[in-house]
Design a protein around this ligand. Structure first.
Ligand code: SAM
Length: 286
């Protein structure tokens, strides 16, 4: 029997291939090609337009780092906005913070949510059933227009800046996120491989730095997102993540007695320490 392989199309000149055990779902939606594939090595994966979004093998790293770094950096997060996040992984992690009163999740593709509930239960668990969830199916950039002072944390868990996600990386979007955040508000977003998507990281950092007083890069090592340290961007007008008291983080983490597989309060401090090549990309003094 000829082995079937999934070949990722994120880069024109680099291919990550995964041996396919079974194609669980494959369909063209209105805006993206949606595939759920079972693989030998990385469990079940969701791909959109041929790009791996998440895998059951290593999703915990990205979802913990995108949720707990901003939530433990905020003194009292109650209202959270997630844009994208249709696989439910970020939602699952945010719900572990018992002080959260409401989570608005704005996903453009209902099919991603419906199929994730069916094929990626290991990731979304029952998070979409939460009473704290306000689920909205629309373009995140449209949703935040003309809304102000509503959220403590905004997590932009989108695909890369192509197709429907392009608008989520524009100046207007960052300005509108700043407006929709409350005074101590924090925005985090994924910004791709720090090594293979250098230009994207530089552009996303500079765009955020134009709007937010504090913009910092933090990193995580995520096997599926090839290209070394994966970059995430933390933005706030009042909270500087590099000036954080280690004990404050330790106490907040201990108080919640969270069960995590990657995040902890030491990683929280360390992930903002950057290698020189990343400092050079964002123009930070060595
Ligand atoms: N963890 C993944 C990553 O780092 O690339 C992202 C996962 S999540 C599946 C990405 C989601 O963003 C997709 O479900 C996609 O439909 C959604 N999305 C893309 N553009 C969007 C937009 N303009 N508004 C809301 N959701 C959007």
């Amino acid at each position: 029997m000829v082995n079937k392989w999934f070949s990722e199309s994120l880069y024109p000149d680099i291919k990550l291939q995964l041996k396919v055990k079974k194609t669980l779902y494959s369909s063209n939606s209105s805006s993206q090609k949606v595939q759920f594939i079972e693989t030998d090595r990385l469990g079940k994966i969701l791909t959109l337009d041929g790009v791996i979004q998440t895998t059951t093998a290593d999703e915990f790293i990205y979802h913990e780092m995108m949720a707990h770094v901003p939530l433990f950096s905020h003194p009292n997060p109650e209202q959270v906005l997630i844009i994208g996040g249709g696989d439910g992984g970020i939602l699952r992690e945010v719900l572990k913070h018992k002080g959260i009163k409401k989570i608005t999740l704005v996903e453009i593709e209902k099919k991603v949510i419906d199929c994730s509930k069916k094929y990626l239960k290991q990731i979304c668990s029952n998070s979409f059933q939460s009473k704290k969830l306000e689920l909205i199916i629309t373009d995140g950039a449209e949703f935040i227009k003309n809304r102000t002072n509503l959220y403590d944390v905004a997590i932009i868990d989108s695909t890369d800046p192509v197709g429907p996600a392009k608008v989520l990386f524009e100046d207007k979007f960052n300005r509108n996120v700043s407006n929709i955040l409350k005074k101590n508000g924090i925005m985090v977003r994924q910004s791709g491989s720090s090594f293979l998507q250098k230009d994207e990281l530089k552009e996303n950092f500079n765009k955020s730095a134009k709007i937010f007083k504090h913009t910092s890069v933090y990193t995580a090592s995520i096997p599926t997102y090839i290209g070394g340290l994966f970059s995430l961007i933390f933005s706030s007008n009042t909270i500087n993540p590099n000036k954080f008291n280690k004990n404050t983080l330790k106490n907040r983490f201990a108080k919640l007695s969270l069960k995590t597989k990657y995040y902890n309060s030491e990683i929280h401090t360390a992930c903002f320490k950057l290698p020189n090549y990343i400092k050079n990309i964002i123009g930070e003094k060595l």
